[in-house]
Design a binder for this molecule. Structure first.
Ligand code: GUN
Length: 292
């Protein structure tokens, strides 16, 4: 029987830590960290995610604001908003919810966010720093997975890790973070041969593909740690992960449930990133003032 990695409880603990850090920063510099969340269009899942992000920010004392723009917004209009937020001293974190409508190039938008305010960690500067082993602002979902592994005391050095999925948002940064902890990391994807055999080699198996219950229990090595990043609806409309929990759980040493595993960690780490961006920007400002 696998021990459940309880993202709800650990996420709540992270949010409490952030709340205390925010209070300390307010006492020091007289204003809270600011987080601007931008949603373009009406994608129902994105509407829920962005509302939750704004609400969670406010609950820990971060000044969260949600900018809702119509589906017809042009790239030029969105870039103009980003310039304004980049220049706004009260804004410490900027997040543009993905996916964007098709007339807007996501790359152009991500490139336009000030890397010091890039709380999603998607700007090429932050991607490059992570790949060079100098992590700065790191994508929230993989950061949340690492926190779950740390809380459970899972040994990473020398461990075999298989990350299924190669997205910029989860798979690639997750692999970088595991590598930085000296795991032996394989990134698998839709073209990988003999995927079940590869998965069975893993001490740590991370699934981030977006296919309901794709990974079966007999792909899981006895005692392995199983991290399920997927959030899918099955044919009955039930919320399920990329892992077939019922067959994987008896074999796993540790396993994350869906919902209540990785999901709650993502928002908690967004808040942590916002606090850390605010702290760093305050220090930079302080240093700048000393040089005037
Ligand atoms: N869409 C799905 N996941 C994410 C995320 O982590 N950040 C943003 N901005 N958009 C997303």
């Amino acid at each position: 029987m696998g021990t459940i990695l309880d993202g709800k409880a650990i996420g709540a603990a992270v949010r409490e830590e952030v709340k205390q850090g925010v209070a300390a920063l307010v006492a020091e510099r007289g204003r809270p960290p600011g987080l601007s969340v931008i949603l373009v269009g009406e994608d129902p899942a994105s509407v829920v995610y962005t509302r939750n992000k704004e609400k969670a920010a406010k609950e820990v004392g971060i000044a969260g604001e949600l900018h809702r723009l119509p589906t017809s917004t042009t790239e030029t209009e969105l870039l103009a908003l980003l310039r304004r937020l980049n220049d706004d001293e009260a804004v410490d974190g900027i997040l543009v919810q993905l996916p964007l409508p098709k007339q807007i190039r996501a790359d152009a938008v991500l490139d336009a966010i000030d890397p010091a305010k890039d709380v999603d960690g998607f700007h090429p500067v932050n991607v490059g720093l992570l790949a060079s082993g100098r992590p700065s602002l790191v994508p929230c979902t993989p950061l949340g997975c690492m926190r779950l592994l740390r809380e459970a005391g899972i040994p990473l050095r020398g461990a075999r890790a298989v990350v299924v999925g190669r997205s910029n948002i989860v798979g690639k940064p997750m692999a970088q973070l595991l590598l930085a902890e000296s795991a032996t990391v394989t990134i698998a994807h839709s073209q990988t041969r003999d995927l079940p055999v590869l998965c069975r080699e893993a001490d740590i198996l991370v699934a981030a593909v977006g296919k309901a219950r794709m990974i079966q229990g007999d792909w899981v090595r006895e005692g392995a740690t199983v991290i399920d990043v997927g959030i899918n609806r099955d044919t009955d409309g039930k919320l399920v992960g990329d892992i077939d929990f019922a067959s994987a759980e008896p074999r796993a040493g540790y396993i994350t449930p869906v919902p209540g595993g990785v999901g709650p960690m993502t928002i908690a780490m967004l808040l942590a990133n916002t606090l850390s961006a605010a702290r760093r920007r305050s220090l930079a400002r302080h240093a700048h003032d000393l040089c005037q």
